[in-house]
Write a protein that binds this ligand. Structure first.
Ligand code: ADP
Ligand code: MG
Length: 243
């Protein structure tokens, strides 16, 4: 096994507000780690630090051997290696589904349009939307939008995929298709960090579960351990509210 992500004593403050108070984490290649925890505990901030959407206050984040905190590191390289999917999809509304997917490879990797489309087509198939290449996001359901967002992130050929509550904004009947795409991705061996309230997914697909509270990792373990036999009082309290 080889390490894909190592986080050492990660701190993140917004002004005087310290949101991440020393996070340590090691994630192996091919591993799926699910992050759970109450609102405001720093889960999104943590993910955003992993691809430099936030400036890191102190500590180390090493991705596949590169310390991304090093000022010499190229932010665009990191962002193409570490794909991210957001709760609210963030698709470009004035671009077609296909253009949403081909834009990154063209802009960031300097690919030609036709090469980018060669990458995009099989990805659209993978997420079950080959017939939607030429429509605009507004005509898609939330679940379809989220699957486009996943295809868009995959088009950069990332080493790691981060998911920030990818199904929280979806109508319940649309959640399953998105989770299935994520499960397929995990089965293909993608290294994934998934912030989610979908405990069924965390249990089935997650190799490990991390419980965050107030900017620290309160507890971590395999899913059965965390869900059936949580040791920390805060974990117990959180799970009793959501399960
Ligand atoms: P979670 O995703 O677990 O709900 P967040 O990482 O979004 O938590 O937020 C953690 C804390 O950081 C919250 O108190 C939030 O208000 C604060 N925070 C997040 N982003 C910013 C920002 N850009 N500026 C100031 N405070 C922020
Ligand atoms: Mg969040």
């Amino acid at each position: 096994m080889s390490k894909m992500i190592t986080v050492n004593d990660l701190h993140k403050s917004f002004g005087k507000l310290e949101v991440l108070k020393g996070i340590d984490m090691e994630i192996e290649e091919n591993e799926v780690v699910c992050v759970i925890g109450p609102s405001g505990s720093g889960k999104s901030t943590f993910l955003r630090c992993l691809n430099l959407l936030e400036e890191i206050t102190s500590g180390e984040v090493i991705i596949d051997g590169d310390n991304i905190v090093d000022p010499a590191v190229n932010i665009n390289d990191i962002r193409s290696q570490v794909g991210m999917v957001f709760q609210h999809f963030n698709l470009f509304p004035h671009k077609s589904v296909l253009e949403n997917i081909t834009l990154g490879p063209q802009k960031v990797k300097g690919m030609s349009n036709s090469d980018a489309e060669k990458i995009a087509q099989p990805l659209l198939e993978k997420v079950g939307l080959s017939d939607k290449a030429h429509v605009y996001p507004q005509s898609l359901s939330g679940g379809q939008k989220q699957r486009v967002a996943i295809a868009r992130a995959l088009a950069m050929n990332p080493k790691v995929m981060l998911f920030d509550e990818p199904t929280s904004a979806l109508d319940p009947e649309l959640v399953g298709d998105v989770l299935q795409v994520m499960k397929d991705l995990a089965d293909d061996g993608m290294t994934m960090v998934v912030v989610t309230h979908e405990m069924g997914f965390a249990r089935e697909v997650g190799d490990r579960v991390v419980f965050m509270d107030e900017g620290i990792v309160m507890e971590k373990g395999n899913p059965d351990q965390i869900f059936d036999n949580p040791q920390n009082e805060r974990t117990q309290e959180f799970l009793s509210k959501i399960l």
